[in-house]
Write a protein that binds this ligand. Structure first.
Ligand code: SF4
Ligand code: SF4
Length: 489
């Protein structure tokens, strides 16, 4: 009986029955591990299907990934944007690119959920274009599949020559990995974006290994189809975005070196923290691309907002050098300093984000060697703080057990960054910090979605581009929270 209730609980992501039964987390795990293989596989299939259709969305009307500007700020000049020239195509590209994965939303009139706020999107696009932004990056899966349509509506009010569109072949689910499915996705992108050609098309999120790449693009003939489209000028630049291993990256470069496929550009995760410290350091990726004359498009310049919410001590060091600049602007300037960077993508949901970024890039003031050394030192200090390198990208979601994975990590990191971590009961502020941590945790993550509900199924792990061992971190956080609750620290 207990097991049946738990199976029901798992299927509907309701773990309350477990609590009603007085099960400890360990008992819950043991019982779940006894579920028959058939049941397990069936539920895995449902979970995977859900992940396949909803992963890589990213819209969040409440997301606030960047430090807010404060105080009276100078006007942003409209003719000072820094541009880079794509040596291969001749495109003049704004060094700030608009990432269209987090368009603002508003409540639907019928009260049933949210929808993209087209008027606000149009205003953001107008301000961006007015200040010289001309590169807009979207995908068929961003904003629950609505980003391309909204981006197309906003951009089609301008002359097609005034902006560059980048979108992706996001064939993650099995039905889009057939030749027909992928071609349909590509044609639908053209339709949604109201255009008959794409300036930049990316094979989306190449990760894992070459087996995955071959299945999605080679064995089904999709990459050959795209190459043919390029010959017809319906795709002007063909590249990929990368989240994989160094071995996988090297093999993709070998395809280029051997002349099997030509990469016109590559999008990589690059910022001052990942430069030396990432799973595959961005310094390595950047240098490999640069020596092949392949332009670089940067994603995650702020590491999902992590580099705008650094520890107070680091904020202090940055402010003492540049009191007028935001913490985020250091990260943007780092990206723009490298000559082979074509554009730096930032998902700007709110006007204040856009304006702050425009201040960093209108014009770009490259970092000096001394400033690069300073950021290198800051990166080492950040690495010494035990935050979890979650960017909030949501690729791991949904967790089949209902955990709010990025929300849990965000609360934990926030307390560390703000110096509000209750570390030992000997600390004179311990009682206050302990209470603030626990209350903040319950406020930011509903109880049924907290770390103690992780059963260690590991379904999330392969989706995390930051290679975080999510279940281990959940164990660690759960243990910490338990110690706080029982006053055992
Ligand atoms: S390992 Fe934990 S967090 Fe990851 S999918 Fe499973 S239950 Fe969710
Ligand atoms: S845990 Fe990984 S996949 Fe999930 S939101 Fe964080 S960085 Fe993204």
């Amino acid at each position: 009986m207990q097991k049946k209730i738990l199976i029901f609980a798992q299927q509907y992501q309701i773990l309350a029955p477990c609590l009603w039964l007085g099960c400890s987390r360990k008992v819950y795990r043991n019982i779940m591990s006894e579920i028959t293989r058939r049941e397990f596989l069936r539920r895995m299939a449902v979970g995977t299907a859900v992940v396949g259709t909803t992963v890589l969305t990213g819209c969040d009307s409440k997301s606030d990934s960047q430090t807010k500007s404060t105080g009276a700020l100078p006007d942003i000049p409209i003719d000072k944007m820094t541009y880079r020239t794509n040596r291969n195509s001749g495109d003049k590209v704004s060094i700030l690119g608009y990432g269209c994965m987090r368009w603002p939303t508003r409540p639907k009139e019928n009260g049933e959920g949210d929808e993209l706020d087209q008027e606000q999107i149009n205003r953001l696009v107008d301000t961006a274009i007015e200040h010289g932004v001309n590169y807009f990056d979207t995908s068929p899966v961003y904003c629950q599949g609505e980003s391309e349509r909204a981006t197309g509506i906003a951009l089609s009010r301008y002359d097609r020559k005034d902006y560059l569109i980048a979108t992706k072949l996001s064939n993650f689910s099995p039905d889009t990995q057939t030749y027909e499915g992928s071609v349909q996705m590509y044609r639908n992108s053209l339709k949604m974006l109201q255009t008959d050609y794409l300036d930049y098309l990316l094979l989306h999120a190449i990760g894992g290994n070459m087996e995955d790449f071959n299945r999605r693009f080679i064995n089904n003939g999709v990459l050959d189809f795209l190459v043919a489209e390029k010959k017809e000028d319906r795709i002007r630049n063909l590249g990929f975005s990368f989240h994989g291993s160094q071995e996988c990256f090297d093999q993709l470069m070998k395809l280029h070196d051997d002349g099997a496929y030509h990469w016109d550009f590559v999008q990589i995760q690059m910022n001052y923290l990942d430069w030396k410290n990432a799973f595959v350091p961005s310094e390595y990726l950047y240098n490999e691309l640069t020596r092949r004359n392949i332009p670089v498009v940067i994603m995650e310049p702020l590491l999902g907002g992590r580099l705008s919410k650094v520890n107070d001590h680091i904020v202090g060091e940055m402010k003492s050098r540049e009191p007028e600049r935001t913490v985020a602007s250091w990260a943007f300037r780092f990206c723009g300093t490298w000559e082979n960077v074509l554009t730096t993508l930032s998902g700007m949901t709110y006007m204040e984000h856009l304006e702050d970024n425009l201040r960093s890039f209108c014009p770009l003031q490259p970092l000096t060697d001394d400033e690069l050394d300073f950021l290198d030192k800051m990166a080492t200090e950040i690495m010494n703080y035990p935050t979890i390198p979650c960017t909030g990208c949501q690729y791991c979601m949904p967790c089949p057990y209902g955990l709010d994975i990025p929300g849990i990590f965000a609360h934990y990191n926030k307390c560390i960054n703000e110096g509000q971590m209750p570390t030992t009961s000997e600390d004179e502020n311990y009682a206050k910090l302990r209470r603030a941590f626990l209350i903040g945790y319950d406020r930011s993550v509903p109880r049924l979605r907290q770390a103690d509900h992780c059963v260690g199924c590991r379904q999330c792990v392969e989706h995390c581009p930051q290679k975080i061992d999510i279940p281990s971190q959940m164990d660690r956080i759960d243990e910490f929270v338990e110690k706080l609750k029982t006053n055992e620290l």
